[in-house]
Design a protein. Structure first.
Length: 447
């Protein structure tokens, strides 16, 4: 059993791990840093939405990990099995241990395909696809779609990029318009949530596109089972805040025969269960929606091995996620440990954009500790952003912080109305953000 030791150890060489290591190296060139990362490749996941809609190739989103490990940083190509923060040591699957003075955990999020009955068996077949797992299959299913029900859904667990399950729906809406099969298609969005997007003015802008694409929305729907053979999705209904149903049709054609009642805003069709082709049929306590295409985000959690460590919240709503101070990124339990990215329990959307603002705070606090000061840089205010692509040439950039407060990039918002879907914003998504990711963020530039 070999023992190694590094001044700073980073678990995970994804977005957060590489970004923090690169910034640390820029801050102090002489630091002894190692990244533990088992994967040979690194993906720019935000582009998978575009891969799933045929607007980008998967290959162009992936680079060899060895080209991204910052110069002067050691790469331990292994998988972590356990962390013993009392001994400042990390155990690898090979049985080796690595000791540290400072630890940064950036091990990301885990997809739990066992979390929904029938998901593991049906994903990748029978029209069940996910940009979170195989965006190329999503595009295969979309381009072979001939009409029917296209169901878009998401789990009740936290997920990374919570906007991604709806982005692909808008892109499909745009695609079927171009193929003239709009008339034969029902786009359905079924979510355990209560609104399409929590922050204004983005919600209003997205509602324009929900209307444009005639999206039928079902709120308070929790996916519990997929019957791949019969192409049926089973849902449990969650109680909505007003105790009622929220079902928005947005479609004159299909709403005509519906029994309707207005629940919220009188401008829309808000109707009860009907026998329309896209209705949810009650079977026992569950509701079944038939689909021809089903796109979903799998249930997600912190990695199983991590949940057993002393760095995970032992209980409460954030049980299993890494407990960190929401402003300083420092572990709630160990002062020489920091977390970054999807694995943390921060009450904001898990995105790469959030990590861009978290990384400098981690770097600042670790260097402060090294200088014998307190880790009292508390600059992270929950910033996250979601580039909501609504067509093949339009995007709006939802930027927000803790408690859903809108937080706009000062430079960008000087030139563009980022809350309005536009072509310049699309150029940013397609070309600007990937360029910034590979050439600036992963190279340790703090901007
Ligand atoms: C479809 C999709 C669309 C998205 N769209 C956007 C978007 O538009 N904008 C945006 O900002 N974000 C978006 N995201 C989210 C963004 O990609 C993630 O939030 C971000 O990559 C998280 O970074 P991370 O470092 O926390 O995790 P990751 O980048 O996933 O890295 C975690 C790393 O840890 C490694 N690891 C795991 N277990 C171990 C172990 N036991 N030992 C060692 N290493 C381990 C993994 O191999 C991985 O490399 C999207 C994601 C998806 C899937």
């Amino acid at each position: 059993m070999a023992n190694k030791r590094h001044q700073i150890l980073v678990i995970g060489g994804g977005t957060g791990g590489v970004m923090v290591a690169a910034q640390l190296k820029r801050a102090r060139g002489g630091l002894d840093i190692a990244i533990i990362e088992p994967s040979e490749t690194h993906a720019y996941q935000p582009a998978w939405t575009l891969v799933g809609s045929g607007l980008m190739d998967l290959d162009s989103t992936i680079k060899p990990e060895k080209r991204l490990i910052p110069s002067g940083v050691s790469w331990i190509k292994e998988r972590v099995e356990d962390i013993d923060p009392d001994k400042n040591a990390v155990k690898l699957e090979s049985g080796d241990t690595v000791e540290y003075e400072y630890l940064i955990v950036a091990a990301g999020i885990q997809m739990n395909l066992d979390g929904i009955e029938g998901l593991k068996e049906s994903l990748g077949t029978h029209g069940v696809c996910s940009n979170y797992v195989d965006p190329e299959y999503t595009w295969e299913v979309i381009r072979n779609f001939k009409g029917g029900n296209a169901l878009f859904t998401q789990p009740s667990t936290p997920i990374k990029c919570p906007g991604a399950p709806q982005k692909i729906m808008y892109l499909m809406g745009d695609y079927i318009k171009s193929k003239n099969i709009e008339e034969y298609t029902n786009l359905i969005f079924a979510t355990p949530g209560t609104v399409i997007f929590g922050v204004q003015p983005f919600r209003d802008e997205l509602e324009r596109y929900l209307i444009k694409y005639h999206v039928k929305q079902r709120y308070g729907y929790k996916l519990v089972k997929i019957d791949g053979e019969n192409r049926e999705a089973y849902y449990e209904r969650l109680e909505l805040p007003n105790g009622g149903d929220r079902y928005v049709v947005n479609d004159e054609r299909n709403a005509a025969g519906c029994m309707g009642f207005v629940w919220e805003d009188g401008a829309r069709h808000v109707v009860q269960e009907t026998n329309s082709p896209f209705h949810a049929e009650k079977k026992g306590t569950q509701y079944v929606i038939k689909y021809d295409l089903l796109h979903l985000a799998p249930p997600q959690s912190a990695p199983t091995w991590f949940q057993k460590t002393k760095l995970a919240n032992p209980d409460g709503v954030n049980q299993g996620w890494m407990g960190v101070d929401k402003h300083s990124m420092q572990s709630k339990y160990y002062s020489n440990v920091f977390g970054v990215g999807d694995i943390t329990d921060l009450p904001t959307a898990r995105t790469g954009a959030a990590i861009r603002k978290q990384a400098p705070v981690v770097v600042n606090n670790i260097t402060r500790l090294m200088d014998g000061k307190e880790a009292d840089c508390k600059n992270y205010k929950g910033y996250s952003s979601c580039p909501l692509v609504v067509s093949h040439n339009k995007m709006l950039l939802a930027e927000f912080g803790y408690d859903g407060a809108r937080m706009s990039d000062p430079i960008l918002s000087k030139f563009f109305n980022t809350g309005h879907a536009s072509y310049p914003m699309w150029i940013l998504k397609r070309y600007g953000l990937p360029f910034m990711y590979w050439n600036m963020m992963l190279k340790g530039y703090n901007f």
